[in-house]
Design a protein around this ligand. Sequence first.
Ligand code: SAM
Length: 286
Amino acid sequence: MEWRQVNLKYKKIVEVPRPFIKWVGGKRQLIPQLSQYFPDKFNTYIEPFVGGGAIFFYLLPQKSVLMDINPELINTYQVIKHKVEELIESLRQHKNNKDYFYEIRSWDRNPSRFRTLDKVERASRAIFLNKTCYNGLFRVNKKNQFNTPFGRYKNPTICDELNLRAVSIALTDAKIQLGDFSESINNAKSGDFVYMDCPYHPVSDTANFTSYTMDDFGIGEQKRLHRVYSELDKKGCTVLLSNSYTPFILDLYKDYVINIVHANRAVNCDPSKRGKVREVLISNKK
Ligand SMILES: C[S@@+](CC[C@H](N)C(=O)[O-])C[C@H]1O[C@@H](n2cnc3c(N)ncnc32)[C@H](O)[C@@H]1O
């Protein structure tokens, strides 16, 4: 649904929604390059690795399926969709100070404590940590514990209520699903548009950030993803996939159209390796 129609449907003018969380690998800056490959028409938009959802918020599709394997992220989308006012109320209570940050961060070190949190408290914690942690990195260790340090920002916007309400409306007709990318096959039908922004295949051993969840995304996962890509292609979907420009990825997708895009990348421990990098956008349509 076009944003103007949404406003008409709800009989009020709301902000144009933007990603509500900062996410490593966010695709916002690449939209001008990627969008030229998007189909003009499609039925349902499916994003199996939704992360911060930059492409979803760009397209604002009428019908969509948003999926990710990160339970805190998916819970946050669901809470924004169904309980945005409670979430806003909870976010208003947070404070931007170091001791408070580490107190909230520590909740996942105590599983029995964590299980007592309700969905709104968990979403509120996820957004608070994202807005106040170093560089907005939503990173967990092998035990699934959030481990990014305090960010020392002077005045972060922890509760962007206008945007959260706009996002809530944008999610009205979205199906939000926790799960593995392979489940996209069950959701997809001919005429759908699937955009896959998986964790990237590393350009070098240390180059890539892949710790969104406690499970690593290695070669086996890339090959499994390629099989899912082929299945979606056979089903008659338009499938676009972003990944790094490496010999392995170029070979894996050699039967498809490989477009090159240029991205600014900041996630590298070695500052000399930050800057413009080549990436690929694999397309199954000529
Ligand atoms: C590169 S990020 C997506 C960034 C997103 N496009 C954006 O603009 O913010 C990759 C996402 O894949 C998710 N992920 C990792 N393994 C997954 C799996 N097996 N199935 C589904 N999602 C997975 C991560 O939780 C992360 O959110």
